[in-house]
Every structure is written in C-alpha cells, then in structure tokens.
Design a protein around this ligand. Structure first.
Ligand SMILES: Cc1ncc(COP(=O)(O)O)c(C=O)c1O
Length: 402
C-alpha cells in the first residue's frame, strides 16, 4: 500500500470558500422550510437585463457559436472590453492585451499564476476577499497581510504598505471598491499608493469588479490611469458579474501587458479553452451597451446601504463604518464576542455567526473568512423588506447579550 497522501499537499491546503459555505447552509435551511434571511450572498438580487439575455438566445441559435473559438476570447468581445476600459477608466489598451476568462475568479487565479514564482511576496490589504489567499498560495506565492480596521474605514496607508514591503515583494494587490469592507480609496490616496508601488518597482494587480458601485461622494479611480508611472506593470481584473447582474454567466477578464496576457492565455488554453460562446455574446451586449441598468441597481443598493448601516449602528456592541462602494457592510462585533447569549458564550465571530444562524435564522459571514476575526460581512444586495426584517432579528437577539 502506498503511503502517499490521497490528495496532493498543494490542493489539500485549499479551504472551502467560506462565503459560498454560509450561503449554502442558509439555502439548505431555507429548503428545509426555515425562514432564513441570508446576508451572505455576493451577488445582485436583480435579473440580468433583457437585452443581454436576448443576445445570448440569438448566439445559441448561431452555428458559429457551437464550435471552439480562440482560447483568449472572441475577438469582438476583446475589442469591446478595450473600448469599455477607455470609456470607464480612461485607460488605453489594445484588444491583444485582453484575456476573457471564466468569471473574475479565473482572472484572479491566472494573474497570480502568471506573475508569481515560489516565495514571491504579495501585499494584501486585510480584510480581503476569500479567493485571493488561495490563488496566491496555489501559485507558490507568499501573502503578506497589511491589516486595517474600522478606525481608518479599512483603508491602508503608504506607511503601512512600506512597513510590510521586503526584498521579496513583487506584487501589490489593490482592490477599490473593496469586498468585504466597501472601502473606496480617494483619487489622492490611489495616486499616493500607486506612486509608492512604482517607485519600488512593484507590480500592481488591481481588481476593479465593483467600479460602477460607488455611493455618495465616493469616486472610482483606476490606479492604472491615475499612475502612469506604473508603466506596464499593471494587471486589471474585471468582469460583468456585479455591474450587469450576471454572476451566473461566468465572464470576466484580465488586462495586462502583451507578455503577461500571452502567458496567461497559454495557461487558459490548457485549463478551460474559450469561455462559453453564448456567455461571451451576452457579455458583448453588456459591455457594448450603456450603464443605465447599473444606475438603477446603484440607486436601490444605496438606499439599502443607508438603511443597513443606520440599523447596525443602533445595535449596542456593533460598530459599522460607512461603506462607500460594492454592496457589503463590514461591522465590528468585537464588543459582543465572549458575552453570554441564549445560554452560550461564543468565543469568536465565527461562533457568534453560527449562533445567530441557529437562533435568529439570519446568515452573516464571519470576519474569519476575510482574515480579520471580530467582524461580520453583510451583503445588502437583497430586498428592502428582507433587509429590515433580517437586521431587526439580529438586533433583537444581540440585545440579549450580557
Ligand atoms: C472582489 C471580487 N473580485 C472578483 C470577483 C469574481 O467574480 P466572478 O468570478 O463572479 O466574475 C468577486 C466575486 O465575488 C469579488 O468580490
């Protein structure tokens, strides 16, 4: 009998997506008839706009789309993504600098796989989205956390980044608006961070998937455009999921210098080949069209954001800075951890989240999933009534904490 492990060391080190796990547990409880309200999902609650669906239906009928197409994406979609990037970010790229991926997630994976050698360090601002650590680890990279908290609205400073930089640092991961915190860097902060990265010859991988979801006075700034000094050491990750309510269609993209895009396309050509042509046709309609659908969603999200933040801050022991983008609130619940609640004493935000799911039938994602215990992430991409009912249940239960 071989004593070799059944599952490779590399793959067994990957953990389940905590956000998807919470969502799955909530959905299973719901299916069993329990009235669970889920704040776990990272997706808009709107359907994909009709004209995008129509484009997909037409594509499904076209025999051209029944065959393999180039691994890196339909040429017309790559062209449209380049044009959209110029329109939305003022960043000029050729179609050959675009790689169409199976969702933003594949773009994250391929970016790190393409840039990192074993031991290369990546600066990651915590709280961070759950997929980044796994993608960095799979590439052999070493994640170096730059931890932020509610006192700065979860924004990292140049000083903090500099303190974490070593000779092995190759990449800065820059995510604004942020999942899970909703933090948005101002144009000035973006320029300062980008210039610092350029000065030290770092690559910047920037995830712009929430670019169109900013609220109040906040402004989205593409670090690629704001800091021309970065030269060609910038990789942009993006996709249609959040802007066009298209999470299930699985279309994202990676934009970078020709050599990076060529190498990442080689990887993709062996891993998955082309993204489904029907989905690419839908994405083409999305990025070629206007932004009126996202403007509508933004209005609804903004209203829900304000309701949620107000209600959360009214709960004793909960502290929630105002999120400026994406569709998540990230309150601190540190003051509630260790308190007695319904005969139990949850010793972590993960245990508290479990108790809340059981006792109040409300699903939240604990901060442990994002590298910062003591917090919850709540998505406000759900209906207004459910949102109010869910946070009210949370308030009622947490009021019993002693
Ligand atoms: C910050 C961030 N980047 C990328 C993605 C990937 O989205 P998708 O793979 O659905 O395109 C997500 C999804 O939750 C996200 O929150």
């Amino acid at each position: 009998m071989s004593t070799r492990p059944r599952i490779s060391t590399r793959i067994s080190s990957i953990s389940e997506s905590a956000t998807l796990a919470v969502d799955a547990k909530a959905k299973a409880m719901k299916a069993a008839g329990r009235p669970v309200i889920g704040f776990g999902a990272g997706e808009p609650d709107f359907p994909t706009p009709g004209y995008i669906v129509e484009a997909a239906v037409n594509a499904a009928r076209d025999p051209r789309f029944h065959k393999y197409t180039p691994a890196g994406g339909l040429p017309e979609l790559k062209q449209a993504i380049a044009a959209k990037t110029l329109r939305d970010s003022g960043y000029h790229v050729e179609a050959s600098q675009v790689l169409v991926t199976n969702g933003g997630k594949q773009a994250v994976y391929e970016a790190f796989a393409t840039l990192l050698d074993p031991g290369d360090e990546v600066l990651v601002v915590a709280p961070y989205w759950t997929t980044y650590p796994e993608a960095i680890k799979l590439a052999g990279g070493v994640q170096v956390d730059v931890v932020t908290d509610e006192t700065t609205g979860y924004l990292a400073s140049v000083e903090q980044l500099e303190a974490a930089r070593t000779e092995r640092t190759k990449v800065l991961l820059f995510v604004s608006p942020s999942n899970p915190t909703g933090a948005v860097y101002s144009p000035e902060q973006t320029v300062a961070i980008g210039r610092w990265a350029a000065e030290h010859g770092l690559w910047v991988v920037t995830d712009e998937i929430y670019e169109h979801l900013v609220y109040g006075g906040a402004e989205f700034t593409s670090i690629a455009t704001a800091v021309p000094e970065l030269g060609d050491r910038v990789v942009i990750l993006n996709g249609v999921a959040k802007t066009y309510a298209m999470t299930g269609w699985r279309v994202g993209w990676l934009i970078g210098p020709q050599d990076v895009v060529k190498a990442a396309t080689n990887l993709q050509s062996h891993a998955t080949s082309n993204v489904s042509n029907v989905s690419q046709a839908a994405a083409l309609a999305a990025v070629s069209g206007d932004l009126s659908a996202v403007a509508e969603m933004r209005k609804a999200f903004d209203r829900r954001r304000q309701t949620m933040v107000r209600m959360l801050n009214e709960i004793p022991g909960v502290l929630c800075p105002e999120p400026k983008g994406a569709f998540y609130a990230y309150p601190s619940v540190k003051a509630l951890v260790g308190k007695e609640l319904r005969g139990r004493r949850p010793g972590s935000s993960a245990e508290l989240a479990e108790l809340i799911l059981e006792e109040a039938e409300v699903a939240v994602v604990p901060g442990e999933a994002f590298g910062t215990p003591g917090y919850f992430r709540l998505s406000y991409a759900l209906g207004d009534d459910d949102l109010v009912e869910g946070v009210s249940r949370l308030a009622k239960l947490l009021a019993e904490a002693r």
